[in-house]
Design a protein around this ligand. Sequence first.
Ligand SMILES: CC(=O)SCCNC(=O)CCNC(=O)[C@H](O)C(C)(C)COP(=O)(O)OP(=O)(O)OC[C@H]1O[C@@H](n2cnc3c(N)ncnc32)[C@H](O)[C@@H]1OP(=O)(O)O
Ligand SMILES: CC(=O)C(=O)O
Length: 538
Amino acid sequence: MTKERIYLYDTTLRDGQQTPGVDFSIEDKIAISAMLDAFGLDYVEGGYPGANPTDTAFFTEKRTTRARFSAFGMTKRAGVSASNDPGLATLLQAKSDTICFVAKSWDYHVRVALGCSNEDNLESISASLAVAQAAGRETMVDCEHFFDGFKANPDYALACARTALEAGARWVVLCDTNGGTQPSEVGEIVGKVIAAGIPGTNLGIHAHDDTGQAVANSLAAVEAGARQIQGTLNGIGERCGNANLTTLIPTLVLKPTFAGRFETGISVEALEGISRLSRNFDELLNRAPNAQAPYVGASAFATKAGIHASALIKEPQTYEHVPPETVGNRRRVMVSDQGGKANFIAELKRRGIDVPKDDGRLDSLIAAVKDREAQGYAYEGADASFELLARGFLHTVPDFFRVTSFRCMVERRYDANGALKTVSEAIVKVIVDGEEKMSVAEGHGPVNALDIALRKDLGRFQHEIADLELADYKVRILNGGTEAITRVLIESHDSTGARWSTVGVSDNIIDASFQALMDSIVYKLMKNREMAGLVAAE
Ligand SMILES: CC(=O)SCCNC(=O)CCNC(=O)[C@H](O)C(C)(C)COP(=O)(O)OP(=O)(O)OC[C@H]1O[C@@H](n2cnc3c(N)ncnc32)[C@H](O)[C@@H]1OP(=O)(O)O
Ligand SMILES: CC(=O)C(=O)O
């Protein structure tokens, strides 16, 4: 059976730029358009030339090689000829293959927002398309508020779509601009538009996620006959975002309902790059990835539950809807107070530690993890502390050094110039190879002072931790108030690029930090001896 082609249109650099908190530089735009182009999107919308200097500069050259490069802008204003409309002139100057015009298709908006007649708006659509095509551009029209407009006045909404098609638009894109339309309504309305004579092969869908259904709405439109989908990376976009391409693409490529009937420009092999694409994009935005994102999130194929882990290890498809490798993700069986033997054996094995199911030390380790998690520890996010705990039960952690005492002092005082200063100081005593050493350090706060003092003199191990750096320090108060239990999570890394996480828990924040710092150093020393599992580096 010949498959029908679904075209993928990325609007990360335009609607994505309308996300609160997102502001792309031209370098960001260059990097993102290259990522999208290489991944296999059909269209990359670069922005809105004329809206700001960055977007205008971005369109001084074509930025894609495979994908069609699209410039977005509104149709000409009513009462002005197309040749005299400054916005349209800027769009025509932009170096793009395609111009995507946004046009009103709800008569209410024509009256309130544009303040012109319905006929004037139709004339703006056809005149704008005519000059863009005369300038050699492919054109498409994003029919703003199409679904709300169709519900209010179907004849006018259809007239806008038909005007766009008759004026030569390659795509007439039906937009759920306010994001409130339900999937069944999308399916029904797209069906009616096709029945009214606008072929599905010219129809696109642009859905917003205000009811959490932008992906469902996009798929409903495809099932009803639309053949172009607009969306963004990781679902960024105005308000609640746009249809998430990192969810839509795997669904289209992997799910038989769609994969059996349709094809996109993304091959099964290319799809393996989608988790990396999603994470690289978050990295560029300086945002923490959404661990629970479908297909691409770090937790998308993770299981904590013992009953699930036990079956998953026997046959992965017992608890996986698709194999994680198909989207470049990985299976994670986690250890926690929700886990059973299967979780622990799998996680230890992954770290190169083989423990038989009937080994009594395994029962002791599981009991210890459950007991410590009840006290506030969380091992699923502290892989290195878990490994140290496990190796402790298996008696395989070398006795590198021993801290016999530490003291931290915080003093607020006036200095010699009369300025008020808060000074933190720490003293740490350690025994290395039978010799006691004392280190004193000042720091930006007591934990920093303790960290510096602890790492100041570890005798023959000192040079081994020279490249150890703390990448992140997180404090979580577990049960309120200044007398609460505190959990500290520390992320460390070294010059090899490896990263690992450690945890400490106490009713004293310094003590909790100390535990996490100690685990980080001991783990690093183990890693230097190639003892540590190092899965944290992935
Ligand atoms: C649904 C969407 O996401 S559409 C994309 C929305 N994105 C953006 O607006 C981001 C970029 N926009 C901008 O930088 C600015 O709004 C500009 C440069 C486009 C226009 O700026 P200004 O000329 O100062 O106008 P302003 O933003 O205040 O208002 C928009 C104007 O466009 C008109 N307009 C809006 N849509 C259309 C349209 N499809 N066709 C013609 N005119 C339109 C409005 O009626 C309004 O005109 P008015 O000033 O006469 O009332
Ligand atoms: C065009 C667009 O972004 C919208 O209607 O939502």
